[in-house]
Design a protein around this ligand. Sequence first.
Ligand code: HEC
Ligand code: HEC
Length: 291
Amino acid sequence: MALGERDPVTGYLTTGHEWNGIKELNSPVPRIVYVFLILTTAFSLIYCLLMPALPLGTTYTKGLLGYDERQVVERELARAATVKAPWHELLDRQDFVALAADEAVMREIREAGRLLFGQNCAACHGTNAMGNAGFPNLATGTLNWGDSPEVMQETIRIGVNSAHPETRTAQMPAFGKDGILSRREVDAVIAYVHDLGRDGIAAANLAHSDGAEIFSAQCSACHGEDARGNAELGAPNLTDSNWLYGGDLQTIFETVWYGRQGQMPGWEARLGARNVKLLAAYISDLRTQRP
Ligand code: HEC
Ligand code: HEC
């Protein structure tokens, strides 16, 4: 077919190319493609004029609008800080009683505290703060170091057996491993401690007089004559059902035989004083909701 031949079906001219009887039509590029190209080119030219766009060695074209994302972020951060400032200032200045009475501040503390706790504490203490074996339940029951918000603030600040220079130290001796008590004596005292938690001190004294004697001689200095613990030393109350490691005979045996030194990091350096106080107020508030 010669160049310029018109295709009878479409009405277009052909290019003159032909492959095995198939001829190529010289159909024009659709107009919409030109329109699209013109619009996008115009857009990119205008964008380059108005906005920061082209690198020029160490600097770049700033654009006629003077838009700067870094400045936008800085403005947003400054705005966020001024929005937060009023309750942050209250959090720093007021004691826990005044904070708990201020419903507006408590709303902020609950929201910020839930986030902070989720990010830093939940891995050990559980998302609901109810703890896991070896990690204390913070939401209910008595705490080993005391449950006033001031004491919790201090525990969170310096940690337990942590790297902080003022750390609290929890030392439950290894009575079996270190040979302080014989196997028979350990068995007697753990039977006593097991029943303490379940039946109370009077029943346990009756059922295990030998265990009670060993307890009085070896354990009461830290856990108390009445076995109700000593917050000064972080020694747990052994008469309630709130166990840090577990109240079954096997776990009590492991605790008494091998000893325990629970470790809780100190958070002062990582979170700062304000967030430490915020978390103490947050946990305190949780505890009033789940008595
Ligand atoms: C020097 C102080 C001290 C003495 C003495 C001591 N304890 Fe403890 N005990 C602790 C501390 C502190 C803890 C908490 C350990 C921790 O937080 O990791 C603890 C924890 C325990 C626990 C774990 C409780 C739980 O909630 O899981 C048991 C059980 C226990 N002690 C039993 C005994 C018995 C029985 C004796 C005597 C044979 C004894 N303790 C003597 C300080 C002591
Ligand atoms: C690496 C695990 C871990 C992380 C993370 C952790 N804790 Fe602890 N926390 C512990 C352990 C273990 C203890 C028990 C220490 C002991 O033996 O007395 C503890 C004890 C506590 C206590 C004292 C409980 C009592 O019985 O007196 C408080 C309060 C506490 N943690 C709050 C927090 C807060 C708030 C955070 C987050 C900022 C946090 N913890 C993060 C492991 C952890």
